[in-house]
Design a protein around this ligand. Sequence first.
Ligand code: GAL
Ligand code: GAL
Ligand code: MN
Length: 274
Amino acid sequence: MKRLIYALTKLARQARRLGLKVFTGRSPLKPKRVVLLVVATNKYLRFVEPLLVSADRYFLPGHSYEVLLFTNLDESPECRQLVDRRAGQARGKVHLRHIEHSPWPMMTLLRYRFFTQAAAAILEYDHAFYSDCDMRFVAEVGEEILGEGLTAVRHCGFHDKGRALFTYETRPESRAYIPANEGLHYFAGGFQGGRSAAYVQAAAECSRQIDDDLSRGITAVWHDESHWNAFLCRQPHGVTMLDPGYCMGERMRTPYPSLILALDKDHSQMRTEG
Ligand code: GAL
Ligand code: GAL
Ligand code: MN
């Protein structure tokens, strides 16, 4: 079965690349304006350039994309050089947004607050996608990610697991709580997005829920990812669902071809300060 899924997915993708219409019969879209949202403070800044070089090659070819980089190092020479090096490029120009750094997991948890604060800038684009900075595009990610509403990736750790094993938030005190009889899919936090208006709206709602949790001293089990799952569980309609290949652990093996890798890194080393 796994092999069959793999073969069919690969075939569909190859056909799409050759410009053939597959199943959906979707016709090529007018070029869209897309913003890639990236949060990278301190040590994480080093991941950004390789991520963007991979995006230049594989992220929505035929469409334009620009980057909104949220960082505390916006005044640093590294950041300035990054912006300058990319300024002349056709795709992937970088715009900086200053944020303050706080220790892990705050920089992942607060992403929706940053996006809400940058809502006006994000709404200048047709579509918005967030990628963890420690990711790499390794194959073409095309128009299949552009839907009418939100776009969410099924988490690679759960593609073959049942509801009982999903790591949703289980404490009713958290606004990310999902009752045991609800929730059909477990989505990854590492790559997500949608039509800008839909994503900005989802970000605002998740940000409110996260702030509410924080005001009562609660952090959901998988941080922002728990809130993203709770949001999608409450509002599942019109979501473009992507298979786990769009956020695949670097060394994970699933039946799905890998398109975006979540890089293996030394988490304990990356998540400590200094
Ligand atoms: C990490 C996240 C990275 C980056 C960083 C903030 O938790 O995986 O993508 O957002 O926080 O510097
Ligand atoms: C892990 C992943 C975490 C989180 C968790 C959910 O594999 O590294 O970021 O998504 O799964 O259970
Ligand atoms: Mn990551």
